[in-house]
Write a protein that binds this ligand. Structure first.
Ligand code: 2HA
Ligand code: ZN
Length: 262
């Protein structure tokens, strides 16, 4: 099995363990094009073509592993090729075919995921993986207006523990509620991921991109950990003081943290 798909299986197991992946919740896509040999590339489709609903001008002929729609992360952890499939983006850049291993239809959030990959490749980034999941504490916070302000939420999370800023220096973007799987959700996500490490979908979940799926998981985990510390403090009956703005600034300077994607 491809290394990146083995890693998907281990992340899927962690998502289930964390309680972020009830039933078929969440989805994963990974660009596996560079890992495939000539023999695989010569394989014809086993299903399709199917429309993506979006134009993907930079993804022509590329291959993606996608979690299957309706499939469970915990099942994917045990058998990724029975609970997901490898698709190829057709030459028209608007449809895809399923190449392997079984005709498992990809994730319902395919437009969001592929739009992100298309943007990232088009802008020369090395990101290969995209993760959508339902982290409990961040989703809970997204039910309150106050936390839907991305600048406010980011500063709050950064101030919980220095590592949050160190590993999520672009912070968290927020997308107002939109129908799961919709093209409008995909477009709003794209606008936020340009400037943030992770995007929070109001009353739904998060999206992160990474050089591999473990990286996308870590981005989400770091920010959700800060949300957990905040909520634990609130549960203990106090509003956490948070690191001072000076302390946060010092971390940014000492670690020479970027303020935009690179
Ligand atoms: O794939 O989480 O948003 C199930 C979902 C859709
Ligand atoms: Zn979801």
């Amino acid at each position: 099995m491809l290394k990146s798909i083995e890693q998907v299986a281990s992340v899927a197991g962690m998502l289930w363990e964390k309680g972020w992946a009830e039933r078929n919740g969440g989805n994963i896509t990974v660009n596996v094009t560079d890992e495939l040999d000539e023999e695989f590339r010569s394989l014809g489709p086993i299903a399709g073509p199917f429309a993506t609903g979006v134009r993907l001008s930079h993804l022509k002929g590329m291959y993606f592993y996608c979690k299957g729609t309706g499939k469970r992360m915990r099942d994917l952890a045990a058998d990724p090729m029975a609970n997901g499939s490898i698709i190829r983006i057709c030459d028209d850049c608007t449809s895809y075919e399923i190449i392997a291993q079984q005709p498992v239809m990809p994730t319902s959030e395919l437009p969001s995921h592929l739009t992100l990959h298309n943007y990232l490749i088009g802008n020369g980034y090395a990101y290969k993986a995209s993760l959508h999941t339902h982290p409990i504490e961040l989703v809970a916070m997204s039910h309150c207006d106050k936390y839907l302000d991305s600048t406010y939420l980011t500063r709050l999370l950064w101030s919980m523990i220095p590592e949050t800023l160190a590993f999520a220096p672009l912070g968290i973007g927020v997308v107002p509620y939109a129908l799961p799987g919709s093209v409008s959700l995909a477009e709003a996500t794209l606008r936020q991921i340009e400037a943030h490490d992770v995007v929070l979908w109001e009353k739904h979940g998060t999206v992160a991109v990474g050089t591999d799926i473990m990286d996308a998981f870590d981005q989400t985990d770091v920010l959700n950990k800060a949300a957990m510390i905040y909520m634990t403090s609130r549960n203990m009956g106090f509003e956490p003081d948070g690191m001072t703005p000076e302390a946060v600034r010092e971390v940014r300077e000492v670690f020479n943290l970027p303020d935009r994607r690179r």
